[in-house]
Design a protein around this ligand. Structure first.
Ligand SMILES: [Zn+2]
Length: 311
């Protein structure tokens, strides 16, 4: 995904002149004395000041890249002179070069609307048609039963959820959102984003991330640049050892079930930097990394952002 402004630099072509460098008067004098001696003269060195880039054409409409389907993350660019952008009525941040991202939730409406308000007060609107996601649904012929939580669980869960919400609310400045995301670890995908069990017609909650099954101790890395907003080194009840990284513009990653965390809250991490080791802490049936991606409140499918994970 191209997340940065492409700047087309005009190549400074210096056309050297093709005027012969010989000396005609000497040549005539030596007319019968063999070939003339040509003294090379130094060529002018290229100008140190490159030609300025051509002015960017005015963008009259929106530009988008990415699949228009549930669970996808889109990169967009606003029309020139946009001072405010809304997505479904909510303000969306825009980079200085006009680029932005929007996440299409796993259960996004079939039509969503963007409105750019220009400096002169005019508005440019765009409606996107969102294709339904292809989620793995499993139909269970048994009644849905809500799990009964113990008092001890409930007492721990409240503060844990508060820390997760607080970590996702942190607004950091990072250009990670502009990068091509990589998988934190590669291997067999054992759990798919959006998969859901349906109990005699009643849907249970869906799986909010991608699971990669690799042995305990396998290093996993940051999928893009960002800032660590949560590094829970004591196990959370469900997530176990949990890391949240904010990639800027409301996009963040969560990594669950680690056996070890290699970063601290507030750390700035680079794409590809080791951040933890895979494990099965919290509620997990075997060692794996669960990677969840969220843009604001929208849950995003890592597979649609980073491509297939094996490799
Ligand atoms: Zn999972």
């Amino acid at each position: 995904m191209i997340r940065s402004a492409t700047v087309f630099l005009a190549s400074a072509l210096l056309l050297s002149s093709c005027v012969p460098e010989g000396r005609p008067e000497m040549e005539s004098a030596r007319a019968n004395a063999g070939p003339p001696v040509v003294v090379p003269t130094p060529r002018p060195s290229p100008s140190p000041t490159p030609a300025p880039p051509p002015a960017e054409p005015v963008r009259t409409g929106f530009w988008f890249e990415g699949p228009m389907q549930q669970g996808a993350l889109l990169t967009g660019r606003v029309p020139s002179g946009t001072r405010m952008l809304t997505f479904e009525g909510e303000a969306v941040d825009i980079g200085e070069d006009g680029f932005f991202i929007i996440g299409l939730d796993r259960d996004s409406k079939a039509e969503v609307r963007l409105v750019a308000t220009l400096n002169d007060g005019r508005t440019v609107e765009r409606t996107l048609n969102v294709a339904p996601g292809d989620w793995k649904l499993e139909y269970i012929n048994a009644p849905y039963r809500a799990g009964v939580s113990s008092e001890a669980f409930k007492a721990r869960r409240g503060p844990e959820l508060a820390r997760i919400v607080a970590a996702r609310d942190v607004d950091v400045v990072s250009d990670g959102w502009r990068q091509d995301f990589i998988w934190p670890v590669t291997g067999r995908q054992s759990g798919f984003f959006g998969s859901q069990r349906v109990y005699q017609g009643k849907p249970g909650s869906y799986h909010g991330g991608a699971d990669i099954a690799v042995p305990t101790g396998t290093i996993f890395v940051a999928p893009a640049d960002g800032v660590v907003t949560l590094a829970a080194k004591d196990d959370f009840t469900l997530e176990g050892k949990l890391i949240i990284i904010d990639h800027g513009m409301g996009l963040n990653s969560a990594f669950l079930h680690a056996s070890e965390i290699l970063v601290n809250e507030g750390d700035r991490v680079k794409q590809g930097q080791p951040i933890g080791k895979v494990g099965q802490s919290g509620r997990a049936t075997g060692p794996h990394l669960h990677w969840g991606l969220k843009w604001k409140d929208a849950r995003i499918d890592p597979l649609l952002v980073a491509g297939p994970p094996s490799g």
